[in-house]
Design a binder for this molecule. Structure first.
Ligand code: BES
Ligand code: MN
Ligand code: ZN
Length: 494
């Protein structure tokens, strides 16, 4: 998307759509008053009739019928003035952009919110618009009849404000491009997005952004003793890959942050087959991997001064004659043995090898993202990712990034006692606990493979996929984790 900052009077600007943010409890900003006058009092009328009151995420579109240079006005509610946050701006901009997409409008001028220091929110407006107007039609042979928002103009009052807004919006654009790329990767179906496809994408991103990328094939995975990853991939015609990305943003050889993303390109459950209903969603089981790709891309494009390593164990979990099966015992790369009691608990099997591998970097922080447990969706719904870990500072930093970006995280406990559920009669561990606390027991399992690293685990099973479509999250892949971790990295880069 193209983003421009203009200093012209919004009411004199020729555009297919003028987007105006409205508060629930303030009726007269200067712009709104002039707009009301220009449109023969329709705004006051709508407010009186309670047809549009500025309630958060409510929209109202008006055709201007030639009364002003803008063809349409899209009013969007910002909620109460004192409750305004960047997240609310992001949401209302997202809501407006989804309306623009429905109208088939490809360009707009956005002026939300009209308050003192409103330029602080330029980044949030860009994010809302870029993320809300996202669409994935790679597999449509007939082009969609309606255009997609492709050009965004932002209105600044002064030259100085324009400069600040241009900087903020260019950074947000880079980040949202990465989020959109992550969404694309998740949206690609399993027959396309195989482990080999993910590896190719990683190599392409690395080449474009100028960082290192190395891919291990099944033989190399076997030679390293990464049997967790190897076994999960055994039932598939698509052999696994282990993807390593390294970005050096700091001149000194500082210890890197290592991020790990679950890359199950399709999760059928394997021999412990999933029920048929909704199984198609399991193409999104590489959302953690997609987030890692997005973070690597954005970090390199923004030149964040950190050293960063991205690791992705990629495999497809399928049942066939070669598939791993319940009762099998796997010797993981760490040497720990795991009894498989459910082949559908495959995420932890690929992650445990990646987390063990990560230790060779002596990471300053180790963070994994995974659509790991259905139980997380049950516990937190789609509002927050599950957060667990062994380091308070790291968890605090991630919570802070979650509040700042709207990609909220919520901590679940990780007490030793939860480990009882993971004891095996014949091996060091088993891979699936009982019916209780499934999110926590999964994280407890992962913890056995992180050594002394400061580690945090993000269970994104509830947040990676949007069922209906709301604010800046259109139906489908959300790209969760990219904005969260980019914010975290910028925070530690100081
Ligand atoms: N990929 C799934 C988790 C998942 C389920 C993500 C629903 C998003 C929506 C994961 O591999 C899985 O199957 N987990 C099992 C673990 C169980 C067997 C211990 C689950 O959640 O049922
Ligand atoms: Mn599974
Ligand atoms: Zn899975």
């Amino acid at each position: 998307m193209q983003v421009k900052v203009i200093t012209a009077d919004p009411l004199k600007f020729v555009t297919p759509a003028l987007v105006v943010g409205c508060f629930e409890d303030v009726d007269g900003t200067d712009l709104l008053e002039r707009l009301d006058r220009g449109l023969n009092g329709v705004l006051s009328f709508l407010r009186q009739q309670k047809e549009f009151s500025g309630e958060l995420n409510k929209v109202k579109e008006l055709n201007t019928l030639g009364q002003m240079p803008a063809e349409r006005v899209v009013l969007v509610g910002l909620g109460k003035r004192r409750e305004l946050t960047a997240e609310r701006v992001r949401q209302s901009a997202g809501t407006a952009s989804r309306t623009l997409n429905q109208l088939g409008v490809s360009s707009c001028l956005a002026t939300l919110p009209q308050i003192e220091g409103g330029d602080r929110f330029a980044g949030a407006v860009v994010e809302g618009m870029m993320l809300g107007s996202y669409r994935f039609d790679v597999y449509r042979t007939e082009p969609k009849e309606r255009a997609c928002l492709a050009e965004l103009n932002l209105a600044a009052e002064t030259k100085r404000e324009a400069k600040a807004m241009a900087l903020a919006s260019s950074e947000s654009r880079i980040i949202c491009d990465a989020v959109r790329m992550a969404r694309d990767l998740v949206s690609h179906p399993g027959n396309h997005a195989t482990p080999a496809f993910l590896a190719e994408q990683a190599l392409a991103i690395a080449a474009r952004q100028g960082f290192a990328c190395h891919v291990l094939d099944a033989k190399e995975i076997e030679n390293l003793g990464m049997n967790g990853l190897l076994f999960v991939g055994k039932g598939s015609a698509q052999p696994p890959r282990f993807i390593i990305m390294e970005y050096h943003g700091r001149r000194q050889d500082g210890k890197p942050v290592v991020i790990v993303g679950k890359g199950i390109t399709f999760d059928s459950g394997g021999i412990s087959l999933k029920p048929r209903e909704g199984m198609e969603r399991m193409k999104d089981d590489m959302s953690g991997a997609a987030a890692v790709f997005g973070v690597m891309k954005a970090a390199a494009a923004l030149k964040i001064p950190v050293n960063l390593v991205g690791l992705v164990p990629a495999a497809e979990n399928m049942p066939d004659g070669g598939a791993y099966k319940p009762g099998d015992v796997v010797r993981t790369m760490s040497g720990k043995t795991v009894e498989i009691n459910n082949t559908d608990a495959e995420g932890r099997m690929v992650l445990c090898d990646a987390l063990h591998y990560a230790q060779r970097y002596r990471p300053s922080a180790l963070i994994d993202l995974a659509t790991l447990t259905g139980a997380c969706l049950v516990a937190l719904g789609t509002e927050a990712s599950g957060l667990m870990g062994n380091d308070d500072g790291l968890k605090r930093a991630l919570k802070k990034a979650g509040e700042a970006t709207g990609e909220r995280v919520w901590e679940l406990p990780l007490w030793d006692e939860y480990g009882e559920a993971m004891k095996s009669d014949i091996a060091d561990l088993k891979n699936a606990g009982g019916p209780h606390a499934g999110t926590v027991t999964a994280a407890w399992f992962l913890r056995q493979f992180v050594g002394k690293a400061k580690w945090a685990h993000l269970d994104i099973a509830g947040t990676a996929w949007e069922e209906k479509g709301r604010n800046y999250l259109p139906k489908g892949a959300t790209g969760v984790g990219v904005r969260l971790l980019v914010d975290y990295l910028r925070g530690i880069a100081g």
